[in-house]
Ligand binder design. Sequence first.
Ligand code: URA
Length: 232
Amino acid sequence: MRLDRFLAETTPLSRSQAKKALAQGEVTLDGDVVKQAASQVADDARVAWRGERLMLVGLRYVMLHKPAGVECSARRGLYARAVDLIDLPKAERLHPVGRLDVDTTGLVLLSDDGQWAHRVTSPRRGCPKTYRANLGRPLAGEALANAVAAFREGILLDGETTPTRPAELKSLGPQDVRLTIHEGRYHQVRRMFAAIGNHVAALHRETVGPLTLGDLPEGGWRELTEAEVAAF
Ligand code: URA
C-alpha cells in the first residue's frame, strides 16, 4: 500500500493532508523520515506519524441498538447518523448493512466489509429479520388468521410486480405482533401492514439472522465476535 494511503487509513488525515505531513518530515518508515507519498509500506513495516506508531485497523463489524430519530444514511442530513454513535476511529467508513427507517428502533449492523454486507443483505440468501410492531388498529380473530395466511403466501405491495417472500406473523397482543421477513424491500414492514388495511405505529427490529441485541442498551454498540461475523 502507498504511504499516503496508509496514513489516510490510520490517522484523521485526508490523503492530501497526509502528503503535507510527509513533506514536512512528520512521518517515519522503519525509523527513517520518508517524504515520498508513493513509498510502499510492506506488511511488517513500522510507520510512525509525529512519533506515534500507526497500525491498520482491518475490517470492522458492529452491532448498534438504534434509537428513534437516528438515520441509517451515509450523508449528513436532518438527523444524527448511525455512524455518529459509533466511537471507533474512522467510523464514517462503516456503512449500515440493511437500513432501518428513522423512526424504527433496534438492531442495525454496520461494516466496512462490502462482501460481508452483500452476504447479509442478498435476497438470494434470505437472511431472516424479526420485527416487533405496534399496530394502529387491533389485529385479532379472523383478520389475524387472514393476515397470517396472506403474509405466509406473499402479498403484492403497492407499486411492485413480485409478491413478498413468505413471512411469519405472530400475535403478541391485541395490537402487537412479531413479523419475520426474509428480504429487505423499502419500508417493507410498514407497507405490508398498509396492504392489509392496518398501519405500524411503532417498529423495532429484534434480530438479524442469528444475532439479537441481548442487553445492549438503546444507543449502545459493540463489535461482533469472529463467530458472529462468520455466522453469515
Ligand atoms: N420495514 C420498515 O417498514 N421499516 C424499517 O425500518 C424496517 C423494515
